[in-house]
Ligand binder design. Structure first.
Ligand SMILES: Cc1ncc(COP(=O)(O)O)c(C=O)c1O
Length: 379
């Protein structure tokens, strides 16, 4: 079956976070990371079935979903996990926060690289940890770790390293060598890695492969928390279904105990959507990737024609990361917004001042219209 990713869906006045931010304004929203595509039909059917049941009590995780996840990790990540290692969550961000909460004591340090998805910086602070930020570096047109800077920033109080892989916002898929070095450093200093892999099924560069850092060796597996979800790939982020894979019994029991008293259970809608996504929607997923690769190539070409804008090719995600520092325009995001396109300003959201992030998970017609609007104010 062929899916129509060109179909324009009117999301205005639907209480969509992405679209209603600019209610009653003629703005093409290319900011927050949700896509404008209709979900895969098996997901829509699954949600209809839950809705029709008419009873919406508490649910436990469907056995089949657990089996599907275990098989998926074995087949796609080459990772054999045990059923007991999985803790289900109503979102990834709660998983980031819980990870910071359960490892170390008040005043210990959580390290992350920047620029990065905002909650990586907020979760440590919300859990009374000190945040240590190490900048990524651009090497051969690719954003990657600066291991000397990471080593230099480690202290005896560094307890957690928050890893985003693939990376939001720079789109990097870290190589085995990069992950191995990071893993060696974390093992040497007894640092737990919290790996957010929400974007792992959105690989655009077909020469790249996602590797879960926990699969490198048993030691790092035992000091890792891996967070996963079908939500970005299958565009079901609003339903809230994620999970943590935590092989270490001590970390997991603390994580699960606190989770159960501060977070709601995952809903039947979310579980059934996740099952339909992973079990029945692979064809849709493959066609989505073809569509996103075209959008990526279009945006890459267009962004690099604007004076002072520089975009590196993304290896993964639908989130373009654009360096606008040489444009010498102070408030690029505002100027683009006034022209009718909303993007994310890099400084506030990601600690990447002078950069913007553009979400190209939308119909090509909308992207073309957005570029046309931007051309009126950028040269
Ligand atoms: C790296 C990363 N983690 C987590 C999230 C959000 O996950 P959730 O909505 O499940 O909390 C996003 C959303 O863009 C993300 O990019």
């Amino acid at each position: 079956m062929t899916y129509d990713f060109d179909e324009i869906i009117d999301r205005t006045n639907t209480d969509s976070f992405k679209w209603d931010k600019y209610k009653d304004r003629d703005i093409i929203p290319l900011w927050v990371a949700d896509m404008d595509f209709k979900s895969a039909p098996p997901i829509i059917n699954a949600l209809e079935n839950v809705a029709k049941s008419g009873v919406y009590g508490y649910w436990h995780t469907p056995d089949e979903l657990i089996e599907v996840v275990i098989k998926r990790l074995e087949n796609r990540h080459h990772w054999k996990i045990q059923k007991e290692w999985i803790v289900w969550l109503p979102g990834m961000v709660p998983g980031l926060t819980l990870s910071c909460l359960v490892v170390g004591n008040d005043g210990d340090e959580v390290m992350t690289t920047v620029p990065v998805y905002g909650p990586f910086m907020r979760a440590p602070l919300a859990t009374r940890k000190n945040l240590v930020k190490v900048p990524l570096q651009l090497v051969n047109n690719r954003w990657t770790f600066d291991f000397d800077a990471i080593r230099a920033a480690i202290t005896p109080r560094t307890k957690v390293f928050m890893l985003c892989n693939p990376y939001n916002p720079a789109g990097t898929v870290f190589t085995k060598e990069e992950l191995q070095t990071l893993s060696d450093i974390c093992i040497e200093h007894n640092i737990v890695i919290c790996a957010d892999e929400i974007h792992c099924d959105l690989i655009l560069d077909e020469t790249k492969k996602h590797i879960s850092i926990a699969t490198l060796n048993k030691k790092i597996e035992n000091q890792s928390i891996t967070l996963l979800s079908p939500s970005k790939t299958f565009n079901i982020a609003g339903l809230g279904c994620s999970f943590a894979v935590i092989p270490n019994d001590e970390i997991r029991s603390k994580f699960a105990a606190i989770r159960s008293i501060i977070q709601p259970e995952v809903s039947a809608f979310a579980y059934q959507a996740a099952l339909a996504a992973y079990r029945d929607s692979e064809e849709w997923h493959q066609q989505l990737l073809v569509y996103l690769r075209k959008n990526h190539d279009f945006i890459l070409q267009e962004m690099n024609t604007f004076k002072g804008f520089k975009m590196q090719p993304l290896e993964a995600t639908y989130l373009a990361w654009i360096d606008t520092r040489e444009s010498e325009i102070e408030n690029v995001a505002k100027i683009i917004e006034d022209a009718g396109v909303a993007i994310s300003e890099g400084g506030m959201s990601f600690d990447g001042k002078g950069f913007i992030r553009l979400n190209f998970g939308t119909q090509m017609r909308r992207l073309e219209a957005a570029i046309w609007r931007m051309r009126k104010v950028l040269f």
